[in-house]
Write a protein that binds this ligand. Structure first.
Ligand SMILES: [Zn+2]
Length: 179
């Protein structure tokens, strides 16, 4: 099942968007990613959604996938059972999720400028429960962005192509900062 989500998500963690490719190439998937319940299965609050496909997705295990012995810090493992239906921006249901966040050239992520009050609260909640400002994640985004701006222009254009089977890590950031 993990493989199904992997291709559906074009190879990216549903939350932080790091590429899980290495994990699948090497059959590390269980160490590096997990099937994530958007509405948590813990405490049996949403029993009807435990096996609902629309509630399931693939999250990284909260560390840099290129280094599988790191400890978990962000994404699904940081979120765990923290779920507030009113504040959660569901990446499965929402097509315009990218409008909620703004990336900086230093690898940081913030609620976007033009959000209304309610949207801003949601963006803040997501950043908090997924720990999207985790220093390690910020560093991964920065490193990724720095690698890209040193690439040839024609290669950058290829990276921005959405019509591919697997997207590069931090695709929303790349798109926002380079388009
Ligand atoms: Zn992640």
């Amino acid at each position: 099942m993990a493989k199904h989500f992997y291709f559906e998500q074009k190879g990216l963690c549903i939350y932080c968007q790091q590429n899980l490719k290495i994990a699948f190439d090497n059959n590390f998937e269980t160490n590096i990613s997990h099937i994530e319940h958007i509405k948590p299965k813990a405490r049996n609050k949403y029993p009807e959604d435990t096996f609902n496909q629309k509630n399931l997705t693939l999250s990284c295990n909260g560390f840099d996938c290129r280094n599988e012995i790191d400890k978990s810090e962000f994404c699904g493992h940081n979120k765990q059972a923290k779920y507030n239906a009113d504040l959660f921006v569901n990446p499965i249901e929402l097509q315009d999720i990218e409008k909620y966040f703004e990336y900086t050239f230093t690898g940081d992520i913030n609620p976007a400028d033009n959000l209304n009050k309610q949207e801003r609260e949601k963006a803040e909640e997501m950043i908090k429960i997924l720990d999207l400002k985790n220093p390690r994640l910020v560093n991964m985004r920065l490193e990724n962005f720095n690698n890209i701006i040193n690439m040839e222009l024609s290669n950058i254009e290829l990276l921005l192509d959405e019509n591919v089977d697997l997207l590069p890590s931090f695709f929303s950031m790349i798109k926002q900062l380079l388009k």
